[in-house]
Design a protein around this ligand. Structure first.
Ligand SMILES: NC(=O)c1ccc[n+]([C@@H]2O[C@H](COP(=O)([O-])OP(=O)(O)OC[C@H]3O[C@@H](n4cnc5c(N)ncnc54)[C@H](O)[C@@H]3O)[C@@H](O)[C@H]2O)c1
Length: 328
């Protein structure tokens, strides 16, 4: 099929979601054409409202776990534009829902990867940027999570399907990809928030301003990265001239994170001062929750990237942004 534009084009799968919005903005600012493919299960067209008038942005609604819908979206994108890379951000973001019903992660987290790679092969697209997760490491307690440790035993279906996706992408790299970037994200915060601990707390306080019920005992400790820093890190990795075809990087702040108790206190102070915080029991918010992890970011830092915000600053900024988003 002939293309009508030589401008380089990125497909962003899941581009109408939380992280997708900032990524799309960055790619457009680089002078690229962008095709967002999203089924709008969690993503929203309004997230991209700032760019809807730009002729460089095309939005296609499709369920990427469906072979026919994925293929039709690729036919349409490659029929019009010179697509040279795919960013895969589409996944199930509700980890507890996937623990209840593993079909959700099989479909939205794994099958989307499988079908995207299949369509990329058919259309000769050689660069795959994959949004993986710290969840692939499982619960390794005090072990520092470096990119080269293994074997890995995830404890959620989400983590399992992300790890399976990495494996599928690795096989594709052997088969036809020119370049595979696997980004292992930490907890990412910012707007437009579609899920996550801050949105959850803000929404709970909007309903019951006098008390905040927290899942677990609040001692869970994790590191948090602001979405602006995350996207900047991905760009550093993408620009890197590497000998290896596959790049795997943990992306995260250079600290050991903050506790859920501390986050709850900050949200209460901003949204509903004086509210009582009622903690649950146990150090897991839900089955499949990893109570504490220590993330090595040595590799990404060696590429010259460091975050503008640590975990505390990222959380405080995101609380403010999310409170404004929720009109509080
Ligand atoms: N936000 C985080 O803290 C975090 C942490 C680790 C990894 N990740 C990964 O980063 C990526 C983006 O996450 P996010 O926080 O922006 O989540 P999000 O839910 O806001 O975005 C995911 C997008 O994928 C879309 N989607 C889901 N299933 C689809 C399907 N079958 N077909 C087409 N579109 C589909 C949703 O509508 C949504 O717009 C995901 O792959 C997620 O697993 C996020």
């Amino acid at each position: 099929m002939s293309t009508t534009s030589s401008q380089q084009c990125s497909i962003v799968a899941g581009g109408a979601g939380f992280i997708g919005r900032t990524l799309v903005e960055e790619l457009l600012s680089q002078g690229r054409r962008v095709v967002v493919i999203d089924n709008f299960s969690r993503g929203r067209r309004e997230h991209l409202s700032a760019f809807l008038s730009r002729h460089e942005l095309t939005i296609i609604q499709a369920d990427l776990s469906s072979r026919s819908q994925c293929e039709a979206a690729f036919e349409s994108a490659t029929g019009s534009y010179s697509v040279d890379e795919v960013w895969h951000l589409a996944a199930n973001s509700d980890i507890p829902a996937g623990v209840e019903n593993p079909d959700i992660d099989f479909k939205d987290t794994f099958q989307t990867t499988y079908e995207l790679l299949r369509s990329m092969r058919r259309h000769g697209i050689g660069i795959f940027n994959f949004a993986s997760s710290s969840a692939i490491y499982g619960d390794l307690g005090a072990t520092t999570l470096r990119e080269d440790i293994g074997p890995l035993f995830p404890i959620s279906n989400y983590g399992a399907m992300k790890l399976a996706s990495e494996a599928q992408a690795s096989a594709a790299a052997e088969g036809f990809l020119n370049r595979l970037n696997i980004f292992r994200f930490p907890n990412v915060v910012g707007v437009p928030a579609t899920h996550g601990v801050i949105l959850d707390f803000v929404n709970k306080l909007a309903k019951t301003p006098e008390v905040l019920h927290v899942l677990g005992d609040g001692t869970q400790q994790k590191s948090y990265l602001h979405v602006s820093d995350l996207v900047a890190a991905m760009m550093v990795v993408r620009a890197k001239q590497a000998d290896a075809k596959i790049e795997v990087v943990n992306i995260g702040p250079c600290d050991e994170g903050v506790t859920v108790k501390w986050i709850a206190e900050q949200v209460v102070a901003r949204v509903s001062p004086g509210a009582r915080i009622a903690f649950g029991s146990g150090n897991r918010g839900w089955v499949g929750d990893v109570p504490k992890f220590i993330y090595s970011t040595t590799r990404i830092q060696s590429y010259g990237w460091s975050p503008a915000m640590g975990s505390e600053a990222a959380i405080l900024r995101a609380i403010d942004q999310i409170a404004l988003q929720q009109k509080l």
